[in-house]
Write a protein that binds this ligand. Structure first.
Ligand code: SF4
Length: 362
């Protein structure tokens, strides 16, 4: 067996490892340990990611004894679809059940450039952002890389029926990806590999609430992956109110880490900025934000946030959203407004799970 990291051991006790959790290098090592020729690795990867079979028995060009070994050593993760909601704009939201009964959300979005999938990295979340339904009930457990990969595969299999392809992946579903760093990294390597799902690094985006040590580590990985930081406020007081993680990792330190990322990778960062009516959406807030980030290679993505029933946050009126955007532009900041999708379904992160699985989210 390939060496497992601590988080892999902790993630799903008493269950066989998902074969989807193995990077090509890890699988290669395992195949070698079994005394099998190297080309078996490519064969297995092809069955898993190109032919997308659900069983080791379907891997018909592998010798029977080797298929048995695979069965004894690994599982092929299966996700059960509990709910599937389709929006008028083509957005599809899935609630999947994991082998131990917990549930996760995955969203498929249709864009003019293709299909993207938003994946979940943890069952629940311990970050505690005050506007987010995913954190209700806290963190239940980490997802194994294979369980994150399986979300993309499950959606891809649905698209296979019409011969379409997942062309991009965003890691912005339930959970804080940097709080499950090793598994997230393995996931990135697997979906990016040309023998895996072959999704180009520039078509993958990872978003963090701001776990600073991991931002430095991620910068040092020097991957060409798009990087986003949930900022949501122009100052510490407001950010701490919206995102308690700001108490541990202040904005100054966060922006220093972003600057390091800019310098190390040469890449820009996207700041996600959710607009909450009367909280963080005034022209003064826009100007304050511009002053804080002007020196960075960055772009601001404004997210009109819907009413959050748990917190009584309300929606910023349309004219105010445009005024905020204009104010940032006038300050020389690159800015866009995120297109709203899945408006008529439970599309905000964690809403579907909170509604369907009340026992998991209290
Ligand atoms: S917004 Fe993201 S980091 Fe914050 S609580 Fe929700 S899932 Fe966790």
């Amino acid at each position: 067996m390939p060496q497992k990291t601590e988080s892999k051991k902790m993630s799903r006790p008493n269950l066989r490892d998902s074969i989807y959790s193995l990077t090509v290098e890890e699988l290669k090592e395992w195949v070698k340990e079994q005394g099998e020729p190297g080309f078996r690795t490519s064969q297995i990867y092809e069955w898993l990611y190109q032919k997308r079979v659900d069983s080791f028995d379907d891997m018909t060009n592998l010798p029977k004894h080797f298929r048995e070994k695979l069965k004894q050593s690994f599982s092929i993760t299966t996700l059960q679809t509990i709910v599937q909601q389709t929006s008028q704009d083509g957005t599809v939201k899935f609630l999947f059940e994991l082998v131990d009964g917990y549930s996760i959300e995955t969203v498929l979005m249709k864009h003019h450039y293709g299909y993207s999938v938003c994946v979940t990295t943890q069952v629940g979340c311990r970050i505690g952002c005050t506007f987010c339904a995913s954190t209700l009930g806290g963190l239940k457990r980490q997802l194994e890389a294979g369980e994150i990969v399986s979300q993309v595969l499950k959606v891809q299999k649905a698209l296979d029926e019409t011969d379409e392809r997942v062309s991009s992946v965003v890691i912005m579903g339930i959970g804080e990806p940097f709080d499950n760093y090793e598994e997230m990294l393995a996931f990135l390597k697997i979906i990016n590999h040309d023998k895996g799902l072959n999704i180009g690094a520039r078509h993958i985006t990872v978003s963090t609430s701001g776990i600073i040590p991991k931002i430095y580590r991620f910068a040092d990985e020097e991957m060409q992956i798009n990087f986003a930081v949930s900022l949501h406020a122009p100052n510490d007081e407001l950010r701490t109110k919206l995102m308690p993680i700001n108490k541990a990792f202040s904005m100054d330190k966060l922006l220093e880490a972003v600057e390091y990322y800019n310098k190390k990778t040469g890449r820009r960062v996207t700041f996600e900025y959710g607009l909450f009516g009367g909280e963080n959406d005034s022209i003064e807030h826009a100007k304050e934000l511009a002053d804080r980030i002007r020196h960075l290679k960055c772009h601001v993505n404004l997210i009109p946030v819907n009413y959050v029933p748990e917190r009584n946050y309300t929606r910023t009126p349309k004219h105010q959203i445009f005024a905020f955007e204009r104010a940032l532009k006038e300050e020389g900041i690159n800015v866009t407004i995120r297109r709203e999708q899945g408006h008529d379904i439970d599309a905000a992160c964690g809403q579907l799970r909170a509604r369907e699985r009340k026992d998991e989210t209290r």
